[in-house]
Design a binder for this molecule. Sequence first.
Ligand code: GLN
Length: 307
Amino acid sequence: MGEKKGIQAILDNAYAQARQVLGEGRVASYIPELAKADPSNLGACVLLQDGTEYDVGDFNIPFTMQSISKTFSLIQALQTAGYEKVFSIVGMEPTGDSFDSILQLEQKDWRPFNPLINAGAIAVVSAIEGENIFEEFVELVQKLCGDDKIMLNENVYHSEDMTGNRNRSIAYLLESRNVLQRPPVETLDDYFRMCSVMVTAKNLAHYARVLANDGIDPGTGERLVDSDIVRTVKTLMLFCGMYDESGQYAMKVGMPSKSGVGGGIVAVGRDGSGIATYGPVLNKKGNSVGGIRIMEILSRELETYIF
Ligand code: GLN
């Protein structure tokens, strides 16, 4: 990691360069509420292991987690149902298909490729055990992000529910093969809600720092997630976290990361640091254009590339 006094300058420069490429994409519109995002928004937060924080731009604007929720639901499933159960219904292989692909289920294997595509996440959400699964999910997110005000965005949730027919198709296909562990309607309702929980880049940097420290919050010294679970989640983030752009992104950025169509990217640094970006303008794969550019520059200049 570079000299501390230089980090803010590196971040400011990455932000300025990323602003130049925002015209190369568009905000998500397949979930109508997401189309209301401001395409000029861009921000980032870098949180070092010792708690020093560097921010730029819209690091404090809340947005919905979308697919980033898949890492939290995976943690919750591994904590409540265990590794054997979870990986009996979902695989751990990357996929070259889009995040909401149905093809694989019909053509290749009834078990979704991995927990970070929609089919895999829906299967994982069905395996979570507990009394109040969504409330417990929000508590987990609040704890890992260090913010007890994190909550659901009702409008996005309803918008997802109204337009989620592709995810419904996936869930019913999985149900027809006996993969789902709970009824499709209940599972999908939790899945839509989880995607619609709001966070900021700062919240996600806090989460990434916990993952970067093997599940311990370095601020309090408290263990929040078992290190075996953290290792599983980080490995999947590296190979599958950026949908069908994961290989190219790993080559350019080299940090376990997860994106969401709300515009967030969360990335685990090599040296106990957490990095997150927000920029709702997405490329064709559904990843944040400005966020990727910031991550590329930071990974090179702060030497957070893990290889
Ligand atoms: N809620 C979105 C969906 O299921 C999440 C997808 C994403 O972020 N790629 O379509």
